[in-house]
Write a protein that binds this ligand. Structure first.
Ligand SMILES: Cc1cc2nc3c(=O)[nH]c(=O)nc-3n(C[C@H](O)[C@H](O)[C@H](O)COP(=O)(O)OP(=O)(O)OC[C@H]3O[C@@H](n4cnc5c(N)ncnc54)[C@H](O)[C@@H]3O)c2cc1C
Length: 285
């Protein structure tokens, strides 16, 4: 196996274009574990750790926040740049694994691996984030919702590198929350929910919801969001949204919980996220 350590994005893209079956190496938290378990044997590894300009968090004048692909989870968890409707992204980062993993893993690595039980996918879909991707020929942007295409599958094609993730400022006065249910602290999500809400005199005027761990990709249901908009977020409205989301989910049975169990707890996890996001929206509106 060949090992490359480029210092520019251009060099990294060139290696990926010329090597069959090469893989980017970001934090290595997942990739190295998979190689150790003989689940993957790439012909070449392209380390992104020395590539200039891939790490860091930038808040722009329009309120959007761009997170470089090589930014570690802990840096996202610690940033003050993500606020209001963006806050759930740092909340999700803070709940990833344990300190060693948060200091090792990167946002680019996490979303490229696209584990349905991971925390960023749900949070980024909820926050209406955009993923910036480059290859040796072009650069493109994809909505997070369209980036995650299946179980451990994304819109990435051979030769692509995730360069950054951008989170728009979103709706003024919004509050957001990410809620995760895991068997033990530090585990992947059994079920997770992200919520962005904006209120006017106690009435919900904007709602965006995604749930994770309940299908191959994060699930959004427009009708569930519509149940909240115009309501006072009373228990019955939130429960109705939970029922619609559960109907659209197709969870697997695994060691984190049966499909039935996941569907049973989903409305409760959603209700917790709505309750937190509501309090936050009330304090800004
Ligand atoms: C013990 C443990 C607990 C964990 N707990 C959680 C958890 O609770 N929640 C959670 O969400 N995650 C969890 N994770 C996963 C962790 O968040 C990893 O950060 C993530 O899975 C991979 O990130 P990485 O930077 O280490 O990527 P790597 O392992 O280096 O790479 C992962 C994959 O992405 C590709 N890749 C990496 N960067 C790019 C890029 N910029 N462009 C294109 N492809 C790229 C690689 O080629 C590889 O296929 C856990 C992992 C471990 C080992």
């Amino acid at each position: 196996m060949k090992f490359y350590q480029p210092t520019t994005l251009k060099q990294a893209l060139k290696v990926l274009a010329n090597e069959d079956d090469a893989r980017c190496l970001a934090g290595g938290a997942t990739l190295v574990a998979m190689m150790n378990a003989n689940l993957l044997a790439p012909s070449a590894l392209v380390s992104l750790s020395a590539v200039k300009g891939l790490a860091g968090i930038t808040r722009r004048k329009n309120g959007s926040v761009t997170i470089g692909a090589m930014t570690r989870h802990q840096a996202v968890a610690d940033t003050a740049a993500l606020d209001g409707g963006q806050r759930l992204v740092r909340e999700a980062a803070a709940l990833i694994g344990h300190p060693a993993i948060r200091n090792m893993g990167t946002i680019g690595g996490s979303i490229s691996h696209a584990d349905p039980a991971a925390d960023y996918p749900t949070a980024l879909v909820t926050a209406n984030a955009t993923v910036t991707i480059e290859n040796s020929r072009a650069k493109r942007e994809i909505d997070a919702q369209n980036f995650f295409t299946g179980y451990l599958e994304t819109a990435l094609e051979p030769g692509d590198i995730v360069v950054a993730v951008s989170i728009p400022a979103g709706v003024a006065g919004a509050g957001s929350a990410y809620e995760k249910f895991a068997r033990v602290q530090g585990d992947f999500a059994t079920v997770s929910a992200g919520v962005v809400l904006a209120l006017e005199k106690g009435v919900c005027r904007h709602a965006r919801i995604a749930v994770g761990g309940c299908a191959a990709t994060p699930i959004r249901v427009a009708a569930a969001e519509a149940k909240l908009v115009g309501s006072r977020l009373q228990d019955s409205a939130v429960a109705a949204a939970g029922v619609l989301l559960a109907a659209a989910c197709d969870p697997i049975d695994d060691f984190r919980g049966s499909s039935e169990y996941r569907l049973m707890i989903l409305p409760t996890i959603l209700a917790r996220a709505v309750s937190k996001a509501r309090v936050r929206a009330e304090t800004v509106s």
